[in-house]
Design a protein around this ligand. Structure first.
Ligand SMILES: O=C[C@H](O)[C@H](O)[C@H](O)COP(=O)(O)O
Length: 221
């Protein structure tokens, strides 16, 4: 479905994760048939996949704006606010989405929730001063009524997970995020926080795969 939104000559943001990977595969098939596009990947993993499919890549130093970013999500609500960053790509994903005229999310129905927060919120932090940053985030969690705590994300090796930007991820267990805007502001006020995985008022359209077919969710924004 997302591919129907893409027109020849468009500049596209390519998301990260297992769902976005399918889209990149399909885009690669079209490129092999002569389809014209220029893309900015949101992670090294997606960049490597796109290169292997000969999808033309560029960056946001070379071009100003993108027409559409197509990306997955860990959670979305009916207002199309999102939690992203389960794969650790949230910073580049947010930069690319913010440079796009439109963000389209592709997801399966298990990701659709009434209230965000069941999925742990990824918070990308600078390794310097981790303890201080962690304590500040914990205070925000308490103030926001989080049900759980904070966990430093580990890689499969048991070492700390390191993002493409060289940062760490703290996953915050809320259960329910009742004031996402206030939470976003409070987190971004902490000096060691680089970015968080709440994508508020950024997405206009989602294609959600359900047992009965693909459901399209639109917002006014
Ligand atoms: O950091 C990763 C991204 O935000 C992904 O888009 C998100 O985690 C969804 O990934 P998946 O499609 O694998 O569930």
């Amino acid at each position: 479905m997302a591919l129907t939104q893409v027109e020849s000559g468009m500049r596209l943001g390519l998301g990260t994760g297992s769902t976005a990977k399918h889209f990149v595969e399909l885009l690669g098939e079209r490129v092999a048939q002569g389809f014209d596009c220029l893309c900015v990947p949101t992670s090294e993993v997606t960049a490597a996949q796109a290169r292997s499919l000969d999808i033309p890549l560029t960056d946001l130093d070379t071009i100003d704006r993108l027409d559409i970013t197509i990306d997955g999500a860990d959670e979305l609500d009916l207002a199309l606010n999102l939690i992203k960053g389960g794969g650790g790509a949230l910073l580049r994903e947010k930069i690319v989405a913010a440079a796009s005229d439109q963000m389209i999310v592709i997801a399966d129905a298990s990701k659709l929730v009434e209230t965000l927060g069941r999925y742990p919120l990824p918070i990308e932090v600078n390794p310097f001063g981790l303890g201080a940053t962690r304590r500040s985030i914990e205070a925000v969690l308490v103030a926001q009524g989080a049900e759980g705590g904070l966990k430093l994300r580990l890689a499969a090796t048991g070492e700390s997970f390191v993002t493409d930007g060289g940062h760490l991820i703290l996953d915050a267990f809320f259960g329910r995020i009742s004031q996402p805007e206030a939470l976003s502001r409070a987190l971004l006020d902490i000096p060691g926080v680089v970015q968080h995985g709440l994508f508020l008022n950024m997405c206009k359209k989602a294609y959600v795969a359900t047992a009965d077919g693909v459901r399209t969710i639109l917002t006014e924004r």
